[in-house]
Design a protein around this ligand. Structure first.
Ligand code: CDP
Length: 220
């Protein structure tokens, strides 16, 4: 039987990452954070002192970076040129650059192929923006998580606080909105709800409540 894929899509800070990670642990599936791959390309381009707003400079970085995938702690993870970036890809600088990187069609084609190849690791819970629409249109289950802009800003602000990167909630909200607009407005694989996705509004729900709703619907 081919490996199963559960797609969890939604806008920034909708709770996808935490929910997808917990769901994967509960079902004993591998967790995949697809956004991390777009972030890593943005990060590596900045590391090379190249301009993320120039597609040719991003594509040159993509061509010269060596990416390997491995499994650890229930997730599919990766190294770039032998190094696994973690906190460096979550900075506001990378968040500010990632949407233009993710809008480049050749970048999307490369990442989409990497993501499809990950089924070799086993059953997957994959989170992102276009998993149920483009990467795995035939996914066994598709969920689309959303929450009010205020709640999403509050969550991201709380996440950034320990890193010392937290601006005020208003600034966090406007940076999320800018990214959402870019992600929804781009011509290749924009953020949208798959026709057969189950939409879950997570506003006012705890992570465990959302996981319980999804796990029940996913048959776990
Ligand atoms: O965690 P957060 O919701 O802030 O974002 P992320 O999942 O790390 O994704 C970062 C960025 O990558 C998004 O703003 C999109 O521009 C892009 N992305 C995408 O285009 N397609 C995906 N499947 C996942 C992320």
């Amino acid at each position: 039987m081919p490996n199963r894929v559960i797609a969890v899509d939604g806008p920034a800070a909708s709770g996808k990452s935490t929910v997808a990670r917990k769901l994967a642990a509960q079902l004993n599936y591998r967790y995949v954070d697809s956004g991390a791959l777009y972030r890593v390309i943005a990060w590596k381009t900045l590391e090379n002192s190249r301009d993320t707003a120039q597609p040719a400079e991003v594509l040159e970085t993509l061509r010269t970076m060596r990416v390997e995938f491995f499994e650890a702690e229930g997730a599919v993870r990766y190294r770039v040129d032998g190094y696994e970036p973690r906190a460096e890809i979550r900075t506001e600088r990378v968040s500010g650059a990632v949407s233009s990187v993710a809008a480049i069609p050749e970048v999307r084609a490369a990442v989409t192929q990497w993501l499809r190849d990950m089924v070799r690791f086993g059953n997957l819970v994959m989170e992102g923006r276009d998993i149920g629409t483009v990467v795995f249109p035939g996914a066994d289950q598709k969920f689309y998580l959303d929450a009010s802009p205020e709640e999403r800003a509050r969550r991201r602000h709380a996440e950034l606080k320990p890193t010392g990167e937290a601006a005020d909630v208003g600034r966090v909200m406007s940076s999320l909105q800018t990214r959402d607009q870019k992600d929804s407005g781009r011509s290749t694989a924009p953020l949208c709800i798959a026709a057969d996705a189950q939409v879950v509004d997570t506003t006012g729900l705890t992570i465990d409540q959302v996981v319980a709703v999804i796990a029940q619907r996913a048959g776990g």
